[in-house]
Design a protein around this ligand. Structure first.
Ligand code: BGC
Length: 480
């Protein structure tokens, strides 16, 4: 679809000239291999800054210690509750880990909507809502009265002091509840449960979704030591050598680091890569100036980037005879899922026509082809930028271990990675080019935010059980 199907000469001059003019607007999205290598080198520097004892305060890539030092060893067992906040929906789950069969079973789960007014309201309201959903679930499962350990997948950047103490650094992905940034999320949850006073929970393990993803894949494949999400937001975690995690005491073994790569570029280091459309998306977002990298890549923003490009091409009279519709002029009207539908190999062009009609646009065949080209260009850039970031991590792990060649597995989740027809292929192809000495296997996670969170809690329980106090988890040396 990179070349337009020849059609009769239209009102805008020759087909060739239209193609050239459209391509000119799309050029800033096309990142060469050299550029991607350069982006990767910048991220490498930022990761080192994030790990440093004195430099991490000003680092835009936060490199947050997770206090997860072990992946599953197959001896974990028990019943757990899991909460999952930060993706498309809020979920409550009951999960059972079976030691004998080395299996994680999802016993049951419930999805609770988080209405927009709660996403943007007070923190107290948000946690009361979460506690109410949990109460409803415990009743429906007849679990009230049992105080089960809880894994809380909270997919926002948190400074973790211990596995059960997690301070929110900032909201992302459309959440902006007051009074939560700078606070311990575990406390806020416990306070909300105590306000109700009708049930209680035992220990809480805080988990980023990337960590849950790595852990749920780690149960199936012991060489999984990276977790990556490309969904509403984007991020990755990986097992780093303790000796490089300067902010945490101890030299031995490894610790999982939540990179929070979504913040890459917040110090302006990606200025030359940003397009005018990225700048506009940032300006009109609820958190301007932050999570720059995420805004170029993730599902929350890709549709809006495409809409802005289509609008620009319309203003330039290269699309829809120069007439935008009300819908095209409305922010958020071009949903990210449209991109996947339009890029479907067989039905894509037909889908494009349906979507353009739904957006009230007066389109012809060339318009539909151009819209397809725009979607392809924007999603390709996203896949290639993700590849550059992932290559930075795998190259780092290889060098950390002094290996000529690294074989490793990445646990992956997220709607963009799962649903887009060629995103995963493009990402993997670019990783092969950018990390030629690494052999990377991609494993789609089976519910990392649910089962993975239970796994983290189960591993923490196992490790807690063999040491005197939770603080010893910190010193416990369990290697991969
Ligand atoms: C958050 C990360 C999360 C990612 C994927 C980002 O906005 O900052 O903590 O892992 O989204 O959900």
């Amino acid at each position: 679809i990179k070349t337009l199907t020849p059609v009769n000469q239209g009102p805008f001059g020759s087909e060739l000239s239209l193609t050239l003019q459209v391509q000119k607007h799309l050029e800033p999205f096309r990142l060469s291999l050299e550029k991607l290598q350069d982006v990767s080198a910048r991220l490498r520097k930022d990761m080192i800054r994030g790990l440093g004892k004195h430099s991490h305060h000003r680092a835009s890539v936060k490199m947050l210690p997770t206090f997860v030092r072990a992946t599953p060893d197959g001896t974990e067992k028990g019943d757990f509750l899991a909460l999952d906040l930060g993706g498309t929906n809020f979920r409550v789950l009951h999960v059972r880990v079976l030691e004998e069969e080395q299996r994680v079973l999802k016993m049951d789960s419930q999805i609770c909507a988080i209405p927009q007014d709660i996403m943007l309201g007070t923190g107290e309201k948000l946690f009361d809502h979460i506690a109410a959903c949990l109460a409803e679930f415990l009743d429906s499962q007849k679990l009230r009265g049992q105080t089960l350990p809880l894994g809380f997948t909270f997919s926002f950047p948190c400074e973790q002091k211990e596995i059960d103490k997690s301070i929110l650094i900032r909201w992302t992905k459309g959440f902006n509840c007051s009074g939560v940034e700078g606070e311990d999320v575990v406390n806020l949850l416990k306070e909300a449960i105590h306000r109700r006073g009708d049930y209680d929970i035992s220990s809480v393990a805080m988990v980023n979704d990337t960590v849950g993803t790595m852990m749920s894949c780690g149960y199936r494949d012991q060489s999984c030591e990276i977790g990556m999400i490309i969904g509403t937001g984007t991020n990755a975690c990986y097992m780093e050598e303790m000796k490089n995690v300067k902010r945490v005491e101890g030299e031995d073994g490894r610790m999982c680091i939540n990179t929070e790569w979504g913040g890459f570029g917040d110090d302006g280091c990606l200025k030359d890569v940003l397009t005018e459309f990225d700048e506009e998306v940032d300006k009109t977002s609820i958190n301007p100036g932050v999570h720059t990298f995420e805004k170029m890549i993730s599902g929350m923003y890709l549709g809006e980037i495409v809409r802005l490009v289509l609008l620009k091409l319309t203003e330039e009279k290269l699309l829809f005879r120069g007439c935008p519709s009300e819908a095209l002029l409305t922010p958020g009207s071009f949903e990210t899922r449209f991109i996947s539908e339009i890029e479907e190999p067989d039905s894509g062009l037909e889908n494009a026509k349906k979507i353009l009609t739904k957006l009230d646009l007066d389109w012809d065949l060339v318009d539909a082809c151009v819209a397809r080209l725009v979607c392809d260009t924007v999603s390709s850039r996203s896949a290639r930028l993700c590849a550059a970031a992932l290559a930075t991590i795998v190259n780092r792990i290889r060098i950390n271990r002094g290996l000529d060649h690294l074989k490793t597995t990445v646990g992956v989740d997220g709607t963009v990675y799962r649903k887009h027809p060629n995103f995963s292929d493009e990402l993997q192809a670019a990783v092969r080019l950018l990390a030629p000495k690494c052999d990377v296997t991609f494993l789609i996670s089976e519910d990392g935010s649910g089962k993975g969170a239970a796994m983290v809690t189960a591993v923490a329980q196992r490790v807690w059980a063999c040491w005197a106090s939770p603080d010893d988890l910190f010193h416990c040396r369990v290697t991969l």
